[in-house]
Design a protein around this ligand. Sequence first.
Ligand code: ADP
Ligand code: MG
Length: 359
Amino acid sequence: ALGLATPISVIVGVGKAAEIGLIIRRSEALQRASNITTIVLDKTGTISEGQPKVIDIIASEPFSKDSILTLAASIEKASEHPLAAAIVAAAHKYQLQLSTITQFESITGQGVKGRVNKKTILLGNKQLMATNGIALNTITTQVSTFSEQGQTPLYLAVNDQLAGLICVSDPIREDAIAAIKRLRQLSISVAMLTGDNAETAKAIAEKIGIDTFCANVSPKDKAIYINKLQRQGEVVGMTGDGINDAPALAQADVGFAIGSGTDIAIETADITLLRSSLHSLSDAIELSRATLRNIKQNLLGAFAYNALGIPIAAGILFPFSGILLNPVIAGAAMALSSVTVVTNANRLKLFKPSQELPL
Ligand code: ADP
Ligand code: MG
C-alpha cells in the first residue's frame, strides 16, 4: 500500500486531467502545479483569441490600400503567426491577387521579411522598423489611437521606405476576465508578457484587470523574466501558444500550452490546455492540489495501517493478552490496505472543474 500510495493517485489524477481537457506530458507537472504562486500569460493567442482581424489600412502615397494589403498578404502567406492569417484572410476577402515571395524570413517577436515583385518588403512592429533603419513618417501619427484601443498596428516598408500601416485587432477571450479573477481567488498572482507594443499591452491589461505586464519582450526576454521571478522565490506557471513562448515555457516550473497553439509550444509545455479557456489553468491547479492531498491521505493511511498491522501480525500483543493474528487474516488485511489506497485514489475521479465547458 505504501508503494502504491503516490503512483496510484498520480495515475488517477492524470487520467482525470485528460477527461477535463488537460493533457499532462510529465506527471511531475501535476504535482508541481499545486505550488504555483504566479501565472504568467502571453497576450496574443493566449489572452486574446488568436483570431485577429484587419480593422484598418493606412497607405502612404503612392501606395493604395489594396497594394499595401496585397504586398502584406503575399509575404504573410509564408508565416504561421496568427497576425499573418488575419492579413491573408483580409486579402482573400477583397479578392486580391497575391504575388510569389522569395527569401522569406521570419523574425520571431518582430515580424517578417521577404522579396515580392523585386521589392524588399518588411512587415512587423516598430522594433522591426528600428532594427532595419526605416524612418517613420506622418502616417504613424494614428498609431497611438489604435494602440490605446488595444489594437496592434503593423508597419509595412517597401525598399526601406515606410509605405503603410495595417491595423489588426484580436478580441480577448470571452472568459479571460473571469478566469483571471478565479486565479486570484486561489491566491495566485497574474502577469502578462507580450512582444506587442506598450500601449496595446496596457490597454489589454487594464481591460482584463492585470496590473503587472511587460511589453516589447523578445522570446529570450520572456524566459529571463520568468527566471527573475523564480529567483525571487516564486513558483511560476507560464502559459503561451507561440514559438516565441517556447523558451519561457521551458524555463517555467510548469509550462501550459494553449491547445490551438503551435506545435513547438505544445512540445515544450508540461501541460496542454485542450479547451481554449484560461479557466483550465485554475482547473489544473485545483486538480493538482486535490491530487497532492490524496497522495498525503494515502501515505498517512498506509503508514498508520502498516505501523499497527505488522507488529500485531508479528505477535506484539501475545505476551500481554495472548492475541495472535491468524496468517490468513493478516494476508487478507495486507491486500485490503492496497484496496483502500486504490479506492481513495479513485475518489479523485469525482473532481469537478468549476466550469463545465465543452471540449
Ligand atoms: P505575443 O508575445 O503577444 O504572442 P509575438 O511575440 O508573437 O506576440 O509578436 C510580437 C509582435 O511582433 C506582434 O505584435 C507583431 O507586431 C510582430 N509580429 C510577429 N510576427 C509577425 C508576423 N508574422 N507579421 C507581422 N507582425 C508580426
Ligand atoms: Mg502568442
